[in-house]
Design a binder for this molecule. Structure first.
Ligand code: PMP
Length: 423
């Protein structure tokens, strides 16, 4: 382990004094991450949903180099540029119709902050300032900044740690109906009860459509999403879809909202937007929200320094071109079938509580919390990069992965689970 790194560099959610081991990489190409010690790992994580075309892609490299020779960054206040305009057009055309207004920001968490701000400013400016709280569902994750944290799951999120600092919001129970099942009436009733009672104080409902990611890798019924849309309309509450993880094909649809054929009022995208090259996110909204905020000269009060960074926008445009031209549906559906075939057998292992697959996401939930350091080492020794957390060992490989490489991932995952049984 690099001594400077160990002594000076903070890694995500870790202690500086008692850190988990980290592996130093040299470079990465396609689906392979090359460690400094010469080992080669097949990537099962797409660097947290982002690197959908793998690493060091020639088209994305070319887009970055080309833009670098023009301008890497310029302020977006008072200036505009082709990369932002081109990307904006692509996002407006690819996302559900009516989401015509695009706000670029630097990360997923910030795009959630912007979405929340849009919702709150909308009601303030249209005469209902008491609608300033949020409704969400338990088991969610929306980022690590303060407003985003307030709508993360109150138990697995950081509410206890930041009690009194994080705003209190309304939480509906996590929908228990599985993805492919008809909605249980309790799931609908519990959501409706909160809206009925509190809608006068609720600006927006925010959720991760279909797939709750970092909050538990749970896939819920598409009917729940339809019902949430209907109830939000009925109670005049805006709907924010956080597609930062699910967007750009990961669940088998370009956007997970399409599973229920709904359009949110506000949509957040990030992560895979640049194919995992650089941080960029966007918040899109519709005519109603945009014009409500703009009423009587109103302005959206947000303006990050690196808003619409040209380098990031140019890479994102090239990434979206690749996505469309590479027939992502075929890749994702092949991955889905293989994950279903190869992961489903692990349900028979004593350590395993549940196996679920949707699109290019395969999840094995264990009965007890896994030891990340031990399992991580076991995976690295098997030549794969899989990063478990809590009771979740999961795969979301780059879409370009080949069948034999995916098989190495699922086999190594099985080997790790067996090691858990024996430990
Ligand atoms: N929303 C969701 C659904 C996410 O999965 C994440 C990142 N894991 C975020 C928001 C926050 O994005 P970022 O880490 O880019 O701030």
């Amino acid at each position: 382990m690099n001594t400077f790194d160990k002594n000076h560099l903070w890694h995500p959610y870790t202690s500086m004094q008692n850190p988990l081991p980290v592996y130093e990489i040299e470079d990465a190409h396609g689906v392979y991450i090359h460690l400094k010690d010469g080992r080669r790992l097949i990537d099962g994580m797409s660097s947290w949903w982002a690197a959908i075309h793998g690493y060091n892609h020639p088209d994305l490299n070319a887009a970055a180099k080309d833009q670098l020779d023009k301008v890497a960054h310029v302020m977006f206040g008072g200036l505009t540029h082709k990369p932002a305009i081109t990307l904006g057009k692509k996002l407006v055309s690819l996302t559900p119709s009516s989401l015509d207004y695009v706000y670029f920001s630097d990360s997923g968490s910030v795009s959630v902050e912007v979405a929340i701000k849009m919702a709150v400013q909308f009601w303030q400016n249209t005469g209902k300032p008491s609608k300033n709280r949020l409704l969400t569902i338990r088991g969610g994750y929306h980022g690590d900044t303060f407003a985003a944290m307030s709508v993360c799951d109150p138990v697995t999120g950081m509410h206890n740690l930041f009690k009194g600092v994080v705003s209190e919001q309304y939480f509906a129970p996590k929908p228990l109906t599985r993805f492919d099942e008809p909605l249980a009436i309790e799931d609908k009733n519990s959501l409706e009860a909160i809206l009925k009672k509190h809608h006068k104080n609720i600006a927006a409902m925010i959720l991760e459509p279909i797939v709750q990611g970092a909050g538990g890798m749970w896939f819920y019924s598409s009917e729940y999403l339809s019902v949430a849309r209907k109830l939000c309309d009925e109670y005049d509450v805006l709907l924010i879809a956080d597609e930062i993880a699910t967007g750009f094909g990961r669940t088998g649809k370009l956007f997970a909202c399409e599973h229920a054929d709904i359009t949110p009022d506000i949509l957040c995208v990030g992560k895979a937007l640049t194919g995992g090259y650089v941080s960029l996110a966007a918040t899109l909204t519709n005519e109603r929200v945009m014009s409500g905020i703009s009423l009587n000269g109103g302005v959206l009060m947000h303006g990050p320094t690196f808003m619409a960074n040209p380098l990031a926008c140019a890479i994102a445009s090239a990434n979206l071109e690749l996505l469309i031209n590479n027939k992502w549906q075929n890749c994702v559906s092949k991955i889905e079938k293989q994950l279903q075939a190869e992961l489903s057998v692990y349900i028979n292992l004593p350590a395993v509580a549940d196996v679920r697959v949707l699109g290019a996401i395969g999840v094995v939930e264990t009965k007890s919390v896994v030891d990340v350091a031990i399992l991580q080492k076991c995976f690295v020794d098997s030549g794969v990069w899989i990063r478990p957390f809590g009771k979740l060992v999961y795969l979301m490989p780059p879409y370009i992965i080949q069948a034999e490489e995916l098989n190495r991932l699922t086999s190594a995952l099985g080997k790790g689970l067996e090691a858990l049984n024996n430990s």
